[in-house]
Design a protein around this ligand. Structure first.
Ligand SMILES: NC(=O)c1ccc[n+]([C@@H]2O[C@H](COP(=O)([O-])OP(=O)(O)OC[C@H]3O[C@@H](n4cnc5c(N)ncnc54)[C@H](O)[C@@H]3O)[C@@H](O)[C@H]2O)c1
Length: 304
């Protein structure tokens, strides 16, 4: 018996890296799986149907059931087709895991519109399109779980990744509102910020010694396979009381991440002027203003 027995899961970006491990773990937990991946390369638009097919073959070899999809998550028809593949292949859909991703890193002052749009298209628009395609079905059946992929590059920040941070923060907002709206009809959504040594991380330009140290730690201590159990759990009914949350996972550590709340208030009964704020705001809030450390500086200890 597994936590996904009888369930059907769609995993995007499942031909490689974390998505592949999630698809394999879904099948091991009893799910029938739509393995979506257009088989993209990190830096170009070349595609390859082999990665998704190979993962379905691995699932079948282990005694599970899976179908491959090579559609792009950023194509509205493709997103609809992957949901339909679950229904055609297995008669239902219970969980959607939006893992598909690309990077087009550049310092913001050098970032081209094409780099901005490519990343927004796959991460934010892709997550929207696949989630939206599944939502009608989830709402009608009054059940369904989304696991959306975010990043500490957004939650904490990372130099050279303004496009990616914008997309991944957008996904957090999307996940939160899907969770709020979905609670009336049994639909959940959670966001996961993973750490795992994959080709995507190898492609990130190292900007500082602290970042180089952090990368070396998770090259040796944080695998894609270690991300999968949390994702499968969140997709399953075992997590029925967990929605609208943001989790981090690195090695065998799982983090519940904070979400913005007001931390201090400034009030002036006469109303504020820019001049009044100039004298008051920064000195009054100095102790609580956030510094500009990035993701590489928050996780200094070895993953365990
Ligand atoms: N690896 C990490 O430490 C890390 C950290 C933070 C966030 N993430 C996020 O985790 C997810 C997985 O990353 P990964 O490290 O496994 O990367 P990866 O490059 O190994 O895998 C991403 C997969 O997505 C597929 N893909 C790309 N564009 C697609 C599209 N339009 N439609 C369908 N499939 C598409 C690729 O072909 C690839 O197989 C991504 O969303 C990434 O942003 C990863």
């Amino acid at each position: 018996m597994g936590v996904m027995d009888g369930k059907v899961a769609l995993v995007t970006g499942a031909g490689r890296g974390i998505g592949r491990e999630v698809a394999l773990a879904m099948a091991a937990a009893g799910a029938r799986v739509v393995v979506n991946d257009l088989g993209g390369t990190i830096g170009s638009d070349t595609t390859d149907e082999n990665p998704a097919r190979q993962v379905t073959e691995e699932i079948a070899a282990a005694g599970g059931e899976a179908v491959a999809s090579n559609d792009s998550v950023s194509d509205p028809d493709g997103a609809a087709a992957m949901v339909q593949a679950a229904v055609d292949g297995f008669g239902r859909l219970d969980a959607v895991v939006n893992v598909a991703g690309i990077l087009r890193d550049a310092m913001f002052h050098k970032m081209e519109l094409a780099q901005w749009q490519a990343v927004l298209d796959v991460h934010l628009n892709g997550t929207y399109l696949v989630s939206r395609a599944a939502m009608d079905r989830f709402r009608a059946q009054e059940s369904g779980a989304f696991v959306q992929f975010t990043s500490t590059s957004a939650l904490n920040g990372n130099i050279g990744q303004a496009n990616y941070a914008a997309a991944k923060f957008g996904i957090v907002g999307l996940s939160r509102v899907i969770a709020m709206e979905g609670q009336r009809f049994g639909v959940r959504s959670n966001a996961v910020a993973p750490f795992a040594w994959t080709r995507m991380i190898e492609a990130i330009p190292v900007q500082s010694e602290a970042q180089a140290d952090a990368f070396e730690k998770f090259r040796t201590g944080a695998t894609a396979a270690q991300v999968a159990p949390l994702v499968v759990y969140l997709a399953s009914d075992a997590a029925s009381a967990v929605s609208g949350q943001i989790f981090g996972v690195r090695g065998n550590e799982i983090y519940l991440m904070s979400q913005p709340r007001p931390v201090r208030t400034l009030h002036n009964g006469d109303g504020w002027t820019p001049d009044a704020l100039a004298g008051m705001l920064e000195p009054a809030l100095r102790q609580d203003l956030y510094d500009l450390r990035g993701t590489g500086e928050f996780y200094g200890w070895d993953p365990i």
